[in-house]
Design a binder for this molecule. Structure first.
Ligand code: XIL
Length: 299
């Protein structure tokens, strides 16, 4: 096969990218993105601050630009993200307690109603666990509403759009030996045991010198999948874009039947949220890097 999306489809998987609405006027960008990828995540446009800038006033203009570009070009969409401590609008950052809990529920209902039946999978909750050795939850205004906020978010999401797969998404959960990985694993196991609706776990896979790729990532994917959820690599980028490391990540996904697809977090290095890391598959001129070839060959 000659594109990432087509190559991934050979095994029934997808290959996606993050799309920024502000770049859709750049024809080099859209040419590569349209040619190579068959799944789209809005890089920022479906987040809380973008979709509900004022309480009760939803705005889907930018999210719809990304959504419409994707669907008009035959691609599916991952929704990102509904409940998160970051990129909250100021009015939500200032909230707490029962009012914040209700605002979270209203937000999930409002955004999922707008996109009802149109989203392949939603990152319902993003980055709820703490880094480091605790294995516990991250402190956030949402966590301070009570430890059950994550399951409330998932139950709300299931009711709002029963057709969407519901994912928990996080970073630094790729290395099986890390406490954060174990914390998320125990939550998913508990949710499955108690019937809390969860369909998938997204592994962001932002690899860099502080959080390097480890060969036990495959074990992590296998162990989560064995709980009865799909797994996906949702925001892949690798500092320096080592072709070998990229190929290892692809092979880890391909080794796990329930690893449904891979998304890289941007198109060209110049589009990356960390451009200095040159972590992506295309250089700033849109040329294929060695990592691109390694990924294509691995798929
Ligand atoms: C990043 C975007 O790429 C940036 O443009 C933005 O300024 C901050 O957020 N984990 C996530 C993504 O779940 O939403 C983040 O995206 C990267 C880390």
């Amino acid at each position: 096969e000659s594109t990432l999306g087509a190559a991934a489809q050979q095994s029934g998987r997808y290959f996606g990218t993050a799309i920024a609405a502000g770049r859709l006027g750049d024809s080099t960008y859209t040419t590569i993105a349209n040619r190579e990828f068959d799944m789209v995540t809005a890089e920022n446009e479906m987040k809380i601050d973008a979709t509900q800038p004022q309480p009760g006033q939803f705005n889907f203009s930018q999210g719809d630009r990304v959504y419409n570009w994707a669907v008009q070009n035959g691609k599916r969409v991952r929704g990102h993200t509904l409940a998160w401590h970051s990129q909250q609008p100021e009015w939500m950052r200032n909230m707490s307690g029962g009012a914040l809990r209700q605002a979270m529920i209203n937000h999930i209902n409002g955004v999922m109603a707008h996109y009802k039946g149109k989203i392949y999978a939603w990152d319902v909750v993003n980055e709820a666990f703490a880094d480091g050795n605790s294995g516990g939850r991250r402190d956030s205004n949402l966590q301070r509403t009570g430890n059950d906020w994550i399951e409330v978010a998932f139950r709300t999401a299931r009711n709002a759009d029963p057709a969407a797969k519901l994912c928990y998404n996080d970073y630094n959960i790729e290395n099986w030996t890390w406490a954060k990985t174990q914390g998320v694993y125990n939550m998913v196991r508990d949710f499955k045991a108690r019937g809390v609706p969860i369909d998938c776990v997204g592994f962001q896979a932002h690899f860099n010198s502080g959080s390097p790729y480890h060969s036990n990532f495959r074990t992590t994917l296998q162990n989560f999948a064995a709980l009865g959820v799909d797994v996906a690599i949702t925001e892949l980028d690798i500092q320096g874009a080592s072709p070998t490391t990229y190929a290892n990540v692809i092979n880890d996904c391909l080794a796990v039947p329930r690893c449904v697809g891979i998304t890289v977090w941007g198109v060209r290095d110049s589009d990356s949220w960390r451009p200095g890391d040159t972590p992506l598959l295309f250089d700033g001129n849109g040329n294929k890097k060695p990592a691109y070839t390694a990924v294509l060959n691995a798929l």
